[in-house]
Design a binder for this molecule. Structure first.
Ligand code: ADP
Ligand code: MG
Length: 259
């Protein structure tokens, strides 16, 4: 994964506006307010790591960034479009420019790795079948699975399945990638191979938001670390500042338990 062929999409700047801008985002499930006024900006090519205790709203925030969750109030401006209120075709178009990778890979079990990766570009009309397969093959090579193209998910390890899932997200040429605990379901010996793919993607200039429990990785790969607790961003700063000199007592408490 050290070659520099332009398989990954280069980031596209939308005017001077940051690709992710969240203003006073609130999200409730029934009477349970899970996000209590989130403000967040991510610059073009920036990598942020979102950390915090279980239940603090990290996944919900990430899901709001591509409208997997409806927003209760506030703005979520992704690539210039407020997806909190966007509908129909506008919403679909923005969502296609945002890739997401989950803890569980959700690959189609009856399809090969290559077919899984090639599917979305064909279904959305982005690429013809032959081009989609060609791109899928390139992406599988790029994530180190060149020899697994014809395998079905059941024949792959957890780390390999997650790399297929990353290739699948990249097949749509997203300008933003979201990762929600992409390594949490993996056996320890498979974490490294997935982190390497994410690291490579960060180095390619992709704008990314990663929810992670891997503090060492967050420190290494993120330009900025965002600490959430109780549905709020408590503190956000460069990794060395946040990990070595946390300002808020809640951040200090959390770090004392996980580091
Ligand atoms: P984290 O990812 O930081 O662990 P989540 O965003 O998953 O936190 O969850 C934050 C809170 O929102 C939790 O209390 C959780 O129970 C609640 N929650 C998340 N998704 C839903 C849902 N679909 N319906 C109801 N409550 C939810
Ligand atoms: Mg979560």
């Amino acid at each position: 994964m050290t070659n520099s062929e332009p398989v990954y999409t280069q980031p596209i700047t939308v005017g001077d506006e940051d690709p992710i801008i969240v203003n006073d985002l609130h999200k409730s499930f029934g009477s349970n307010e899970v996000l209590k006024g989130i403000d967040l900006k991510v610059k073009n090519g920036e990598v942020i790591a979102i950390i915090g205790p279980s239940g603090s709203g990290k996944s919900t925030l990430l899901r709001c960034l591509n409208r997997l969750e409806d927003v209760t109030s506030g703005e979520v401006i992704i690539l210039g479009e407020n997806i909190a209120t966007a509908k129909g075709k506008e919403l679909d178009q923005v969502r296609q420019r945002v890739g997401m990778v989950f803890q569980h890979f959700n690959l189609f079990p009856h399809m090969t790795a290559l077919e899984n990766v090639a599917l979305a570009p064909v279904e959305t009309g982005k690429l013809g079948k032959a081009d989609a397969r060609k791109r899928a093959a390139e992406l599988l090579d790029r994530v180190g699975l060149g020899d697994k193209k014809e395998q079905r998910p059941a024949q792959l390890s957890g780390g390999q399945k997650q790399r297929v899932a990353i290739a699948r997200a990249l097949a749509m040429s997203p300008e933003i990638m979201l990762f929600d605990e992409a390594t949490s379901a993996l056996d320890p010996e498979m974490v490294g191979e997935v982190l390497q793919v994410i690291r490579d993607l960060a180095a390619s200039g992709m704008t990314m938001a990663l929810v992670t429990h891997e503090m060492g990785f967050a420190r290494e790969v993120a330009d900025r670390v965002v600490f959430m607790d109780g549905g709020k961003v408590v503190e956000s700063s460069a990794p060395a500042d946040l990990f070595d000199h946390p300002k808020e007592s809640r951040t200090q408490d959390f770090l004392s338990k996980v580091l």
